[in-house]
Design a protein around this ligand. Structure first.
Ligand SMILES: Cc1cc2nc3c(=O)[nH]c(=O)nc-3n(C[C@H](O)[C@H](O)[C@H](O)COP(=O)(O)O)c2cc1C
Length: 186
């Protein structure tokens, strides 16, 4: 794999003293903006705040308690996607949101930052707080920040980060001649 993918992890221990600069956040949002989009529709919108700018704090207010760690981030980005009446674009607007989020995350990793997606926030609260129109849905919040130094920060959060990461083996997810039959790769 490319090292960008190898370096990415949903780390929770973040260093509150490191800022995400405006220029970094601009590039991160630009990377997200350039993600593939079904039919050229571009249904994805972002609400972005950096620590101390007031927007960050309002975004942080919408986090569920289990994501309190994310208040140590340098930036928060709420990814919203358009809800359409016709079924097909609606379905693909979720795919677009996922692709934009992935690009946002990997551009953050390219800057040596952590970017951690979260479903654990109150979408209705975010919708009202930021006047998100009814035809857009807040999908995922991404915490962006610098990883905390080893031994720094909340030990309980650090313990969660230390848990082993794993994935299903490739032959259980990548199929060839039919579903369930591993892809032939050599
Ligand atoms: C849609 C989505 C929502 C997630 N929501 C949360 C969340 O609310 N809180 C959290 O700590 N992690 C959240 N995660 C991160 C996952 O827990 C994490 O990706 C998974 O444990 C795999 O770990 P890794 O990203 O380090 O490979 C979310 C991930 C995705 C894709």
């Amino acid at each position: 794999m490319h090292e960008l993918f190898e370096r990415r992890a949903s780390t929770r221990s973040l260093d509150p003293a490191t800022e995400v600069t405006g220029a970094q956040l601009r590039d991160i949002l630009d990377a997200a903006r350039w993600a593939p989009t079904w039919g050229g529709v571009e249904p994805v919108r972002f609400i972005a705040g950096r620590r101390g700018d007031g927007v960050f704090e309002r975004l942080a207010e919408t986090l569920r308690r289990g994501n309190t760690w994310a208040k140590q981030a340098g930036a928060l980005v709420l990814v919203c996607t358009e809800v359409r009446e016709e079924n097909r674009p609606d379905r693909y607007s979720d795919v677009d949101a996922g692709l934009a989020t992935a690009q946002l995350i990997l551009q953050s990793v390219a800057y040596g930052l952590v970017a951690h997606p979260m479903a654990g926030f109150y979408p209705d609260q975010a919708q009202a707080e930021f006047a998100v129109p009814a035809d857009y849905r807040p999908m995922v919040m991404v915490a962006i920040g610098a990883p905390a130094a080893p031994g720094a920060g909340d030990p309980e959060v650090a313990a969660r980060d230390a848990a082993p990461r794993s994935r299903l083996p490739l032959d259980e997810v990548a199929f060839g001649s039919r579903f369930g039959v591993p892809a032939q790769l050599d």
